[in-house]
Design a protein around this ligand. Sequence first.
Ligand code: FES
Length: 126
Amino acid sequence: MTDPQRKFPPYERHVFICLNQREEGHPRGDCTSKGAPEVLERFKHLAKEKGLKPHIRAQKSGCLDTCELGVSVVVYPEAVWYKQVTVQDVDEIVESHLLNGVPVERLRMHPATPGDSGKHSPIGNA
Ligand code: FES
């Protein structure tokens, strides 16, 4: 039974990290072999450490079909896709994008869309 006090959507930002894995030598490669498990753990660690869990959820996904650009990460609701994310990049994404609503341009797969100022709401304002 659904808790009537629970708000929906339950998170202000939802982070998907590809943890797909392919056999060694596959031409498309995979995000797991590029460090995706460590990236996911760092997102989860920071979400807990900074008390973001009521606002943000980071979780694994299957293949996001951008394998050549992995580790692939996508943040909703803005639909900002990040490429070649390393564990060292996670703190910047959390601080800039997840907390303050400013996507990390140097890691984006695509430029901001027309009409997108690049600035989104900080958490707690949803
Ligand atoms: S293996 Fe990660 S996007 Fe395909």
